[in-house]
Ligand binder design. Structure first.
Ligand code: HEC
Length: 185
């Protein structure tokens, strides 16, 4: 025999079900609009597919880098404390031998982004989605092109008067491409 409480709960559920019938649910399962999708559809592929329109120069990138990146990555991209972005492609950097004294964590692991990353397009993708660390996605596409151009310049892969856009960026050949195993040609 059900107890009184069980009868009451069953009655309440039946009432709630009847009241809810036909009324809109909590809004789950609504299709996303194109504008909502576009905010997340930002993957840039190694061959440059899905790079947005826009452009940015090394000069513009230098100013952005100094204001928004240097505090963590260092003026030249080698000083840290955050990940090394330029220089040395060996386990020990002769251009910065004292880093071993300053940096307590992974002092020997100083392969820079410029030395490790096989595709320049991935720098654009990463910076746009993840940097600056404290305010990801705060840079415009032009600013990301500019700061990417500057990072490539710090790695001596782009001239001081270089400009990056969706045509130029995939043409930059990273030194690490030959050292990487990849599905991309
Ligand atoms: C508040 C500190 C901070 C600021 C500011 C900052 N970064 Fe970073 N950055 C980091 C940290 C920490 C990492 C490592 C993140 C990880 O591995 O998850 C990183 C990683 C990176 C990497 C990947 C390096 C690698 O080889 O893995 C790039 C590229 C980069 N940052 C570029 C930038 C650029 C460009 C800016 C300025 C627009 C910037 N960062 C501003 C802290 C910062």
């Amino acid at each position: 025999m059900p107890t009184l409480e069980q009868w009451l709960v069953a009655l309440l559920l039946a009432w709630a079900g009847a009241a809810g019938a036909g009324a809109p649910a909590v809004g789950l399962g609504e299709p996303l609009t194109q504008a909502q999708l576009a905010r997340h559809d930002i993957t840039v592929f190694p061959d440059g597919r899905n790079l947005p329109p826009g452009r940015g120069s090394v000069t513009e990138g230098r100013a952005i880098y100094r204001a928004q990146c240097a505090a963590c990555h260092g003026e030249k991209g080698i000083e840290g404390p955050a990940t090394r972005l330029a220089g040395s492609d060996g386990l020990f950097g002769w251009d910065d031998p004292l880093r071993i004294v300053r940096i307590k964590k992974y002092p020997l692991l100083i392969w820079s982004m410029g030395a490790r990353w096989p595709y320049a397009t991935s720098i654009f993708d990463y910076v746009r989605r993840a940097m600056p660390h404290t305010a990801p996605k705060s840079l415009s596409d032009d600013q990301v092109y500019a700061v990417t151009a500057y990072l490539l310049h710090l790695n001596e892969l782009v001239d001081a008067n270089g400009v990056m856009d969706r045509q130029a960026l995939p043409k930059v050949k990273m030194p690490a491409q030959g050292r990487s195993v990849s599905a991309w040609p």
